[in-house]
Design a protein around this ligand. Structure first.
Ligand SMILES: [Fe+2]
Length: 359
């Protein structure tokens, strides 16, 4: 179906919510080079790297592109020297064997492994008092924390689960890669398979596991990544605003001012953020619904779904599922994938369908 895009003030793009498929920019020699470069990111030649950086600067602006790339390079350098500190986050992956060993000791490893590859479809019905009538019943498929390169079994489970549900729009709230540094190509290959199985428009944001070098490839495959940007969805002549911020958990490159530029004060707005840690800024910026992930709901929980760790500076009740802060509704997905170790206990993986409701 033909896509219709109309540029309106500054950073806002009107998109026909019910009818269009996001079209990738036409493949040019430059984008083809950049795609190949992304595939070999760690070994980029200087010329190719410069071309990719130029593309990111053209897409994001100089400050955003350079700060994101610079922080990534600093992180990679720290990882490279991780042996100097046993407390370095990348050494947490050594912790994976401790987790697996502990689960084996209590006879729960097999179950925890199966749990990680078994996805629940959870239905959530947030009521937004000012929601335009035309968006009553609008279904948003929310996928988060895919870490889709962790194993073929997980990739297959996520793709199969997403293919089996019905929705009007799909949103992704970050963490496509398993690790926080290194090769991006396995994650991109599986994201391409996932994108091919998704219907209609797909929007997303980047998480703390995602390199900004993944951005051109994700957008070339038809995933519009909202990098402190908004689009307006149109349905029955009415509008719903969809905004997205870059990662606020590790990179700290979120920018609400830019993200919400052009969104009218009275507009009903859904914000995509990798982390729920921005809940205060979001609520006081007039966001109506915050969709996020990052916490994995704890991933390994005590009986009663009580998380041991959330890795986020938030009140505990924001760590998983539906919540409210002031007038804003929020939903923290426990994620479809896993990090550190491919196990889950007392914390099912899920994909979520949010069906929007008027009052
Ligand atoms: Fe994650």
């Amino acid at each position: 179906m033909a896509a219709a895009r109309l540029q309106i003030p500054t950073r806002l793009t009107v998109e026909c919510a019910a009818a269009m498929t996001l079209t990738a920019p036409p493949e040019t020699a430059a984008t083809a080079v950049a795609r190949d470069d992304v595939a070999n990111a760690p070994e980029l030649g200087l010329q190719a790297r410069a071309a990719l950086e130029a593309r990111l600067e053209a897409r994001l602006g100089r400050v955003h592109a350079r700060s994101r790339l610079g922080i990534e390079e600093d992180h990679a350098a720290q990882v490279f020297h991780r042996a100097r500190s046993v407390f370095h986050p990348e050494n947490w992956y050594s912790f994976a064997s401790v987790i697996r060993g502990s689960l084996r000791l209590v006879g729960a490893h097999g179950r925890a492994r199966r749990n990680a590859r078994t996805l629940a479809v959870v239905h959530h019905r947030p009521t937004l008092p000012a929601l335009p009538r035309a968006f009553h019943g609008y279904r948003i498929l929310h996928l988060s924390d895919l870490h889709i390169d962790v194993s073929e079994e997980t990739a297959h489970a996520i793709i199969s689960a997403a293919r089996a549900v019905e929705y009007d729009l799909c949103v992704l709230t970050g963490d496509y890669r398993f690790r926080t540094s290194g090769d991006i190509e396995p994650a991109l290959r599986n994201m391409e398979r996932l994108r091919a199985s998704l219907a209609g428009n797909v929007y997303g944001v980047l998480g703390n596991h995602d390199s900004v070098l993944m951005l051109p490839a994700l957008e070339d495959m038809g995933i519009r990544v909202l990098m402190n940007e908004s689009v307006v969805l149109e349905r029955g002549g009415e509008h719903l605003y969809l905004s997205g911020i870059d990662d606020a958990h590790f990179f700290g490159v979120e920018n609400f001012e830019k993200a919400l530029a052009g969104v009218p004060e009275e507009g009903v707005t859904v914000l995509l953020s990798h982390t729920p840690e921005v809940f205060r800024q979001a609520a006081h910026s007039g966001i109506d619904l915050l969709l996020c992930g990052h916490t994995h709901g704890g991933q390994i929980c005590l009986p009663g779904n009580i998380p041991v760790l959330l890795d986020a500076a938030i009140p505990r009740h924001l760590g998983r599922g539906a919540w409210r802060y002031r007038d804003m509704l929020g939903y923290t997905s426990p994620g479809a994938g896993t990090s550190i170790a491919e196990v889950r206990l007392n914390c099912p993986a899920e994909i979520t369908v949010h069906t929007l409701q008027c009052r």
